[in-house]
Design a protein around this ligand. Structure first.
Ligand SMILES: NC(=O)c1ccc[n+]([C@@H]2O[C@H](COP(=O)([O-])OP(=O)(O)OC[C@H]3O[C@@H](n4cnc5c(N)ncnc54)[C@H](O)[C@@H]3O)[C@@H](O)[C@H]2O)c1
Length: 446
């Protein structure tokens, strides 16, 4: 017999009256800020399978830098790697990774794994909301059957699901969980209201009720696909204008004076979202017999940009009549994006690998990056920026705020007393081109 909605749909009321708890499954860049934010209002269990991470959080260390050590120390989140504790919660949020395999197909193992864990510990009347970025259909077609099998309960009768994509931007202190409109969706109107009310506790910017779970899933993947395609267009323009000897940034500045010109810039597209999510969409499209043309060609362009940056540097070494093999090159910045310690899926490694093909083993300095992670993932050891000297060329690869303070005098110190011009690749174009050209540099940017 299906119970009355009123009987089972009091999860929100139970949360605010501390009669039940909310759980976060997956405490990374996304899950951690959500857990901390909710813990200011309701009881929160923070669960992760990575016990080392849990121990760090318990010790008041935030390796993601998203909430900071103080934020973790002062939070009321009950951190655990004991899945049994999930039984204490009736509102579950899943924020585990959704990477791609080496052939660019979705790797759903973490989402499936989290669903198995949750299913084993699910109690009657619970709501499970997925936040991980997926293609339309993953929540209902892949996760729900796992939850049902593991719990022995029926979705829509005994427990309920929803989907709410995450839009935070790690390292960005302006666009945060609280200040970004949150898309919410649920398997029916009543569940949607419970989910909307719960998120409204923490999202001051408000919630947007999507028409269905699949609509919400699709909205997230296309946001990032749109960005990817637009950046790919800028990267293509940059390759064309470099051949023409025209500065792309100057072209974009001029074109940007038109009211409907879109403001995107060339650059490396790494990380776990923009460079990955489009593959989720094209994978599903392919299963349905549609072969992406625009999305995948954008992906191809962006995936090759690290190689292009390295090749352009080598051409400039040749232009300067500097030896290429064993040239001393320093790379400033290694993370996949600015002001963020995360080095996973960084495209700077593509620059490193391509330079190595030319017999150049670059030094790398990144005061923001997680050095331990970089060494573990790539075998890369960082050099202190103060120890960068005697270079033939420098690549400013990531737009960290700490690099914005570097003056021409700081750069001068990084080069040796060479017979050739100083070569500077300012990948994101954050320095003043004329200053360096007037100082005799061979200055290059995308
Ligand atoms: N980081 C971003 O910028 C961002 C932005 C929006 C959306 N997203 C999406 O959010 C999701 C999470 O991303 P993230 O950056 O927080 O990932 P992350 O790698 O930083 O964190 C994920 C956490 O989940 C844990 N985990 C993995 N499998 C688990 C399991 N079976 N049970 C419990 N915990 C498990 C990991 O140990 C890790 O701590 C992804 O789908 C991502 O695409 C990320």
């Amino acid at each position: 017999m299906i119970p009355e909605w009123k009987e089972i749909m009091s999860v929100y009321e139970d949360l605010v009256n501390h009669r039940t708890k909310l759980s976060l499954v997956g405490l990374g860049y996304v899950g951690m800020p959500i857990a901390v934010s909710f813990s200011k209002h309701i009881d929160v269990i923070g669960f992760d399978i990575n016990n080392d991470k849990i121990e760090k959080y318990k010790a008041g260390i935030d390796p993601t830098n998203e909430v900071g050590n103080e934020g973790v120390k002062n939070s009321a989140v009950d951190f655990t790697s004991n899945e049994e504790r999930l039984k204490e919660a009736k509102f579950h949020i899943v924020a585990v990774p959704t990477p791609v395999n080496s052939d660019h197909t979705p790797d759903l193992r973490p989402v499936e794994g989290a669903s198995h864990t949750l299913g084993r510990n699910l109690t009657k009347g619970s709501i499970v909301v997925y936040e991980s970025t997926v293609y339309p259909g993953v929540t209902e077609d892949i996760c729900v059957p796992i939850l049902e099998k593991e719990s022995g309960m029926k979705c829509g009768e005994d427990f309920f699901v929803g989907y709410s994509p995450e839009r935070i931007n790690p390292g960005d202190k302006v666009h945060r969980l609280e200040t970004i409109t949150k898309i919410v969706s649920g398997m029916n109107d009543e569940v949607l209201e419970e989910i909307a009310n719960t998120y409204s506790l923490v999202v001051a910017a408000g919630v947007y009720r999507a028409e269905s779970i699949k609509v919400a899933e699709a909205a997230k993947v296309i946001e990032n696909s749109q960005r990817d395609i637009n950046i790919a267009f800028m990267n293509e323009l940059s390759m064309i204008f470099n051949r023409m000897g025209i500065d792309t940034q100057a072209v974009l500045k001029a074109a940007g004076t038109k009211w409907n010109f879109l403001h995107f810039f060339p650059g490396l597209v790494g990380g776990h979202c923009i460079g990955v999510d489009p593959y989720y969409l094209t994978y599903k499209a392919e299963q349905l017999g549609y072969h992406s043309q625009i999305i995948l060609s954008g992906r191809r362009i962006n995936d090759d940009m690290g190689k292009y940056v390295a090749e352009s540097l080598v051409k400039n070494l040749i232009k300067a009549e500097a030896p290429v093999r064993n040239a001393r090159v320093a790379i400033l910045g290694f993370t996949f994006k600015e002001n963020c310690p995360d080095t996973r899926n960084t495209k700077v490694i593509d620059i490193v690998n391509e330079l190595r093909e030319y017999g150049i083993d670059p030094m790398i300095a990144d005061p923001e990056a997680d050095a331990q992670e970089a060494e573990m993932l790539y075998g890369v050891k960082f050099t202190d920026i103060k120890d960068i000297k005697d270079c033939d060329a420098v690549i400013l690869a990531v737009q960290h705020d700490v690099f914005a303070d570097l003056t021409p005098a700081d750069f001068d110190k990084m080069y040796g007393k060479n017979d050739h011009s100083k070569i500077l690749s300012d990948v994101k174009g954050i320095l003043d081109r004329k200053t360096y050209e007037n100082a005799g540099y061979i200055y290059w940017r995308l």
